[in-house]
Design a protein around this ligand. Structure first.
Ligand code: PMP
Length: 410
């Protein structure tokens, strides 16, 4: 069991007043706060070790290179990848998915091919596929979401019939950022693999909240962002199966990714360098390694239990509010709850909550097609992390009651 009161001491940003009220930070699905050890690791790197990696032969460059490559090995261990070369550092989930779409997609997709997505995808796991589909003549297909609200999840009964021979790639999210549903990723990957279909898992909302083992999932690619797992912004990862990466063309050209350059031809290094053109974001990668250490000390099973329990408690308490529509399953869910009121806009709720020191997020959460399907313009989302407490849910509920009263909806 996590002790959030103790954990809070590790996160300096939590100890502040907002509009004179103690901050209740419930916007963790957008970005999580950073523990002091991650902030210190970043400062320490800039204070002592900063130098460009790979091409230097002096002490600082060698130290920086060691720290960068150690971070790669640390991330590989964090997700149980077979080989650190399977870890490509990117800017985040969005860039990781764009890399697969641009590189694998341009080399492998042709007219008649189908990319299978789900209706609950974040724009980051949707628009890159639209772009590459347009360029290659492939088409998109969607696994539907069932139920308008409470039980909303993927309609798995439809999956077998949608995985036809034209499907070359299946991209889906591990955890929905607006429904809170945890998808059965291993089962989805197994069905795809049995038909020779490549899988891309969007791990943005899962990576910091539960154990992730890419070999147990048996996916081809897994994409995630550092800033949602107590790491800093501007760094993320694409995990790719080694054999897949070595068969893929570069997606960006520049220094660091070549073995030889001539005026008219060049040859590429293998992964991961092939996909890291230019100066990589080595300092933030080192800080990401520290975030992996921090989360593993807490224990990712314990984190999953803590965040899931808070979300279930919030779901129960919120369901007592008049006129509320709660999205996603009532039972087991990841650490977030999304809800809507017919009479009060999500932006008003978030603005009122801010006056009470509560940080929420309101809007379409980069899920516009899903929101349209659910007949909503947006929702309000409360998302939890290791430092959130049951008492903070009471503050949230009290704030919502105040807002509903103001709008005459309670
Ligand atoms: N996928 C999902 C499910 C997300 O929640 C997010 C972040 N909101 C992303 C992708 C994109 O992550 P990033 O903006 O860090 O690239």
């Amino acid at each position: 069991m996590l002790d959030p009161q103790k954990i809070r001491a590790d996160f300096p940003a939590l100890h502040q007043l907002v509009h004179g009220k103690p901050l209740v930070y419930l916007d963790n699905a957008a970005t999580a706060q950073k523990p002091q050890i991650v902030i210190d690791t970043l400062s320490h790197f800039y204070e002592r070790d900063n130098s460009n990696v790979h091409r230097g032969l002096h002490a600082l460059s060698m130290r920086a290179t060691d720290a960068y490559e150690s971070a790669r090995s640390r991330v590989a261990k964090f997700i149980n990848a077979a080989d650190p070369a399977e870890i490509i550092f990117t800017r985040g989930t969005t860039e990781s998915i764009n890399l697969v779409a641009a590189s694998w997609g341009s080399a492998n997709l042709k007219p008649g091919d189908v990319i299978l997505l789900t209706e609950m995808e974040h724009h980051s796991n949707l628009v890159p596929w639209q772009l590459i589909a347009k360029r290659t003549g492939a088409t998109l297909r969607y696994l539907p979401v069932i139920g308008a609200d409470a039980e909303g999840g993927l309609d798995l009964t439809r999956l077998d019939s949608l995985l036809t021979p034209e499907v070359k790639l299946f991209a889906f999210t591990h955890v929905s950022n607006s429904l809170g549903v945890v998808n059965p990723a291993a089962e989805l990957c197994a069905k795809a693999r049995a038909r020779g279909i490549i899988t891309v898992v969007d791990g943005a909302q899962s990576i910091g909240h539960m154990p992730v083992d890419v070999r147990a999932l048996d996916c081809d690619f897994y994409a995630f962002s550092g800033h949602k797992m107590a790491g800093v912004t501007g760094i993320g990862v694409l995990y790719g199966r080694r054999a897949m990466l070595d068969a893929m063309p570069p997606w960006q050209g520049g220094g660091g990714m070549i073995s030889n350059v001539d005026f008219f031809e060049s040859r590429w290094k293998p992964a991961p360098e092939r996909f890291e053109a230019g100066t990589p974001n080595f300092a933030d990668a080192v800080a990401l390694g520290a975030a992996c250490d921090y989360l593993d000390v807490l224990g990712r099973e314990a984190i999953a239990q803590h965040d899931g329990a808070l979300a279930c408690l919030a779901f129960e308490k919120l369901s007592e509010l008049p006129g509320i529509r709660l999205l996603g399953p009532r039972g087991a869910r990841s650490g977030l709850v999304s809800f809507a009121f017919a009479e009060v806009h999500a932006h008003d709720i978030v603005t009122f909550a801010d006056e009470d020191g509560v940080a929420l997020r309101g809007g379409h959460h980069c899920n516009q097609p899903l929101m349209r399907k659910l007949g909503l313009t947006g929702t309000t989302r409360a998302s939890f992390y290791v430092y959130n407490t049951a008492e903070e849910i009471d503050v949230l509920v009290a704030s919502l009651r105040r807002t509903l009263k103001f709008f005459g909806a309670a």
